[in-house]
Ligand binder design. Structure first.
Ligand code: BDR
Ligand code: CA
Length: 325
């Protein structure tokens, strides 16, 4: 079976790490690069988490990690540390022998897509600063990407960082608007609400079951998602949220999607009250569509999919302090 070559653009904490595991371990995936963007937690912690994820999968050094934009285009960076804690999950490993690419993430996105035009897909699970910068540097970038899956926004539904905005679009709304208008031919959006809350949130009993699978990856999952499930439960969300890993899953297994529709999606950039809000115009408004918005997935099949990833036996390259606690 031909593999799906992809890049994951990420602000690595919590579910971003699980998304990378899916990109590494799903037999149908060929993960070509990890590109880092400012988002969830401090940039150095995000980079450490990316290494940690590769390490727990036994794949340290097998996929290049490219550092990208450390600030949104116009705004001050705002983290989600209230949601994810410091982002480490209480885990650490020796960092003296770790290697990263010298190439900036944006240059890597441009180069890799130029080397294989029309072949590479991108799953963007953080703020869209790197992708927007690539669009600005080279207007033909969008045409070279096979499929772009974006985790961001809500489908005319509630936000998570403000009442109206989802985190990834809120942090860099200008970047999100640039990317959405750039002419990506196959652009799919995994929104926060209602999709993630309905079909990609695992109640604590399921989260604990995944954490008890007995593999290093299961222990890693349970630790990395611990702060977030505590936070989510404190704000009335019933479980551990997985929009980023769902984004990789729907690229690799589109059969998980049970409902999607074409929308015209725009992001608010001028209002303070609704900064980063995604307005998704459906067919009634007769606007040219720029994205397929995923509206429902088979949640049970997605849970089984992640269970399969986390049940994979791996041997970490380096010891991870805190993993067996
Ligand atoms: C998004 O924000 C981050 O906290 C998650 O990783 C996800 O990409 C959800 O709003
Ligand atoms: Ca993310």
């Amino acid at each position: 079976m031909p593999k799906v070559p992809l890049i994951i653009d990420t602000d690595t904490a919590q579910d971003d790490c699980i998304a990378i595991l899916a990109g590494l371990l799903d037999p149908s995936a060929e993960l070509r690069a990890i590109t880092m963007v400012a988002g969830n937690v401090g940039f150095e912690q995000q980079v450490a988490n990316a290494h940690l994820t590769l390490n727990v999968a036994g794949r340290l050094g097998s996929v290049p990690i490219h550092r990208g934009c450390t600030q949104p285009i116009l705004r001050h960076w705002e983290s989600a540390e209230d949601v994810h804690g410091d982002g480490s999950g209480g885990l650490s490993m020796a960092s003296d022998a770790l290697s990263e690419s010298d190439e900036h993430a944006v240059n890597a996105l441009l180069r890799l897509t130029a080397e294989a035009p029309g072949e590479l897909s991108i799953v963007a699970i953080g703020p869209l600063t790197n992708l927007a910068t690539a669009v600005i540097l080279d207007r033909s970038f969008a045409q070279r990407v096979k499929t772009l899956v974006i985790m961001g926004g809500s489908n005319n539904a509630r936000g998570n960082i403000t009442a109206s905005a989802e985190f990834n679009f809120y942090v860099d709304p200008e970047a999100a608007q640039i990317v959405l208008q750039a002419g990506f031919e196959d652009l799919r959006i995994v929104p926060w609400a209602p999709l993630t809350l309905l079909d990609a949130t695992f109640p604590r009993a399921d989260y604990d079951r995944l954490g008890a699978l007995g593999t290093p990856l299961a222990g890693f999952y349970h630790r990395m998602c611990a702060a977030t499930i505590d936070y989510d439960e404190s704000v009335g969300i019933d479980g551990s949220t997985h929009p980023d890993s769902l984004s990789v899953a729907v690229l690799l297994h589109p059969e998980l999607v049970t409902e999607q529709s074409g929308y015209r999606v725009d992001v608010e950039t001028s209002s303070e009250l609704t900064r980063g809000m995604s307005v998704m115009a459906w067919e009634k408004f007769e606007q040219p569509t720029n994205a397929q918005v995923i509206e429902a997935v088979d949640g049970a099949a997605f849970y089984d999919y992640l269970r399969g990833i986390l049940a994979t036996e791996t041997v970490p390259n380096l010891p991870v302090a805190g993993l067996s606690d």
